[in-house]
Design a protein around this ligand. Structure first.
Ligand code: PEP
Ligand code: MG
Length: 324
């Protein structure tokens, strides 16, 4: 598939109306990094660090992690990587940790909740990341932030890690960005101060959608029942984009839906300027974006919503047939 899009690999995803969308890729292993060049992605919008923890049978040591992140940073050759701190619990259970027997793990003790309650692993991870940056820029984001206080507590861990590195005489990143993943609807209504403080927001659409519609992403029966292009969900995304715009906070979308062509088009038309997806989706999404005028997409979406359609998918897909 990558060969098919090789001719546009090094061209920007600029639409007919002159808007450029930054296309990033999702990754989780060193083996994913070569795709950065092959796909033409501008960077890694989501690096899922838990995969490294999941594929081994004991907790990695800090030096090992640091060496690993350092390889990831070097393989990216200067492209930005947004490292997401450990998101365990729910569907991701570490074989060497006592499973927490919870009736509803997706809404349970997971991700940043574990990181803040038992900060040992988070601290180790932050220190490993700071060292791996080796004096270059570093972007870190915390998963599953549900409220401002949680972000502040997580950021305080980063501040402590930096202070420790300073005392030890280690070199600090030239530029540090600390972001939050918006995966629960609550964060969209956080105080303005949150949006002003956070360096960037990454919308984790997989989890966000499951909580927005109360539909388990692991449950085949209900997973496909609700459309991402449902008018209510789009309105919610619109709200998030507006809040970020108000504070000048960069926002991107990194759930699987960003890699689906019609979704990517609608997200761009809503105002998202950065999308992170599977490497194989970068080519097809770019191909499509380069052929459309987002104002037209937006008009189709607005008409569909005004008509009372519950999803804009049909209207946009029908229109698209005549464009490409
Ligand atoms: C998400 O929830 O959309 C996301 C990107 O994270 P994950 O799929 O790893 O939960
Ligand atoms: Mg998630």
């Amino acid at each position: 598939a990558q060969e098919r899009y090789a001719s546009i690999r090094d061209l920007p995803a600029t639409t007919k109306c002159g808007t450029t969308i930054s296309l990033q890729m999702n990754a989780g292993l060193i083996a994913d990094l070569p795709s950065l060049e092959g796909s033409g992605a501008e960077g890694v919008g989501l690096f899922r660090t838990e995969l490294q923890f999941l594929i081994r049978n004991q907790m990695p040591r800090r030096a090992e992690l640091s060496a690993l992140y350092s390889r990831v940073v070097k393989s990216a050759k200067g492209k930005r990587i947004a490292f997401r701190t450990l998101d365990i619990g729910s569907d991701k259970v570490l074989p060497y940790m006592k499973p927490n027997d919870e009736p509803n793990p997706a809404m349970g003790w997971r991700a940043i909740r574990v990181g803040l309650d038992k900060p040992g692993v988070l601290r180790m991870q932050l220190q490993a990341l700071l060292r791996a940056a080796d004096g270059g820029p570093l972007s870190v984001m915390f998963p599953f932030i549900a409220e401002y206080a949680e972000f502040r507590a997580a950021k305080a861990e980063m501040d402590k890690a930096i202070a420790r590195e300073k005392i030890l005489g280690h070199i600090l990143p030239s530029k540090l960005e600390v972001g939050a993943m918006l995966e629960t609807p609550s964060l969209a209504y956080a105080p303005k101060a949150f949006f002003e403080e956070v360096d960037f927001i990454s919308i984790g659409g997989n989890d966000l959608k499951q909580f927005f519609f109360a539909a388990d992403r692991e449950n085949e029966r209900v997973r496909k029942r609700y459309d991402t292009l449902n008018a209510s969900f789009l309105q919610f995304l619109q709200h998030v984009i507006a809040r970020c715009a108000e504070s000048g906070t960069p926002v991107s979308f990194c759930g699987e839906d960003a890699g689906r062509p019609v979704e990517a088009l609608c997200f761009a038309a809503l105002g998202l300027r950065s999308l992170s997806m599977r490497p194989a989706s970068v080519g097809p999404v770019k191909h499509l974006l380069r052929r459309v005028d987002l104002n037209e997409v937006r008009a189709i979406m607005d008409e569909s919503v005004a008509r009372g359609d519950h999803s804009v998918r049909r209207s946009v897909a029908d229109w698209l047939v005549y464009q490409v």
